[in-house]
Design a protein. Structure first.
Length: 315
């Protein structure tokens, strides 16, 4: 089956700065795909090239089988998008904005349907300037759905939202997947990517440096699980001597943190030593490597690698 989103060998430069360097990825129908990376990685540039807001220097972009560079108007009829900022006139109401945006497309959803779907009925006739941050984000999503798109691009959709509004938006993004829509999102929240995305790609200095399911990436780099142990009494440093697998040991009073490649064996031996010393366990937490740790490790390695720099910060 052909991918809903196909990006191949995409390049974009701003003078001497390469913002996209051969970016290549596919997104399947009904998949949520995350584009991750530090500030300046080139995520927004890639999204803007896909939407036709910027012209790439070269490369292929296909949305729903349509060549976005050759047929931008046809592509724009099939894609919905929310960008990082919502630039609406301060006195326009959600109902007016939805009707206005709907007039730009050959087929458009009724404003009332979208107001209900995105929980904006009570604010339907309120001025945009009076809406809360969460309400503005929901309106941005509603506007992205005016043309009944099969593909939705969301650039930092939950930035600045409170936890409740963020969870609400997560539910709505998962609803898009359940409806069979394809979603591509950029985000700085790694827990968000772990929760929502079927696959992610990590960008750094305009290049993709890793791609795969979040769980696979978190297990691929050899980042050892971390252990946090709180005991009834402080442990002497020699407690951990010669216990296989312990590294990055930190101890503050009765709290000890460390990593271990072999958690089960390490904890088994540590438990024996605690029993011998008559020290009890108050709390014990074992946490696998997170997507955030994977991203940091990858981007640091790329920064330190020969040829890792591409001439400075990116747009």
């Amino acid at each position: 089956m052909s991918p809903q989103v196909h990006v191949h060998d995409l390049w974009k430069a701003y003078g001497a700065v390469q913002a996209a360097c051969g970016v290549t990825f596919d997104v399947a129908r009904g998949e949520i795909f995350g584009l991750l990376g530090p500030n300046g990685a080139g995520k927004t540039t890639t999204v803007e090239c896909m939407l036709g807001l910027r012209q790439p220097d070269r490369g292929v972009v296909q949305i729903g089988g349509i060549d976005a560079r050759q047929h931008p108007r046809d592509m724009q009829q099939r894609i919905g998008a929310t960008l990082q900022t919502n630039a609406l006139q301060e006195n326009i109401t959600p109902r007016e904005a939805l009707r206005l945006f709907g007039s730009f497309y050959r087929e458009a959803e009724e404003a009332g349907v979208l107001l209900q779907r995105f929980a904006l009925e009570e604010q339907a006739d309120a001025a945009f300037r009076t809406l809360s941050g969460g309400q503005r984000r929901r309106l941005a999503l509603a506007l992205a759905f005016v043309n009944r798109p099969g593909v939705v691009l969301l650039d930092e959709p939950t930035t600045g939202l409170d936890p409740s509004s963020r969870r609400d938006l997560h539910r709505r993004i998962l609803d898009m997947k359940a409806e069979g829509r394809t979603v591509l999102l950029t985000t700085h929240y790694m827990e968000e990517a772990e929760t929502l995305c079927d696959r992610v790609a990590i960008m750094h200095r305009g290049r993709l440096v890793a791609e795969g399911a979040p769980r696979d990436l978190m297990g691929s780099l050899g980042t050892a699980p971390s252990v946090r142990l709180e005991t009834s009494d402080p442990l002497p440093p020699e407690t951990f001597a010669e216990i296989e697998g312990v590294r990055d040991l930190e101890q503050t009073g009765c709290t000890v943190r460390f990593r271990s490649e072999q958690v089960q064996g390490t904890l088994s031996e540590l438990t024996k030593r605690l029993e011998t010393a008559g020290v009890g366990i108050v709390e014990l937490h074992v946490r696998r490597a997170t997507l955030e740790e994977v991203l940091i490790e990858l981007t640091q390695e790329e920064s330190d690698a020969p040829g890792g720099s591409h001439g400075g910060p990116l747009a």
